[in-house]
Design a protein around this ligand. Structure first.
Ligand SMILES: [Fe+2]
Length: 163
């Protein structure tokens, strides 16, 4: 359509608003990522064994990356004009992940536990990406798909440390 000065008006897309199921899914995945971040920290602090330094540092690197993923998910909720729910208490209520064992943990057991958590996360993100696809929310679906790649890569980095 031509405007008064004769230029062609570019098509616009209003800021997206989220479908309630997509928002709920994003906040649930935010809870999983907050939980996973602190499980990685728990492992970073309490791991023991001959590979201590390598896995201690790897767990911390992954914790930092997972924390950044939580931030991205929370900000996607805000971009969809809803409220991000990211306190530790929300995370405790909503996380779908199994808990990390308390106390000191042998490095191989820590890796086994964390690989399992990544696999749980990967499955949850896969289902959430299907929900976003059904709602035709391509940007949220893309965010999930990118995170599945990252989660699967982190699981592989951990598995590669074990025998
Ligand atoms: Fe540290």
């Amino acid at each position: 359509m031509a405007s008064k000065n004769g230029s062609t008006k570019t098509k616009t897309r209003p800021a997206a608003t989220g479908n309630a199921t997509v928002i709920e899914g994003l906040n649930a995945r935010l809870a999983d990522l907050i939980d996973l971040h602190w499980q990685l920290k728990q492992a970073h602090w309490n791991v023991t064994g001959p590979n201590f330094i390598a896995v201690h540092e790897l767990f911390d690197e992954q914790a930092t990356a997972v924390r950044a993923m939580a931030d991205t998910v929370a900000e996607r909720v805000r971009a969809l004009q809803a409220a991000a729910e990211g306190t530790v208490r929300y995370a405790v209520e909503r996380s779908t992940l199994d808990d990390f064992p308390s106390g000191l943990v042998d490095w191989e057991q820590a890796i086994t536990q964390l690989v399992d958590r990544y696999e749980q996360c990967s499955a949850q993100f896969q289902s959430a990406s299907d929900v976003a696809a059904e709602a035709d929310d391509k940007a949220t679906e893309d965010l999930y798909v990118e995170m599945i790649r990252q989660i699967d890569q982190f699981a592989y980095f951990l598995r590669a440390h074990a025998k």
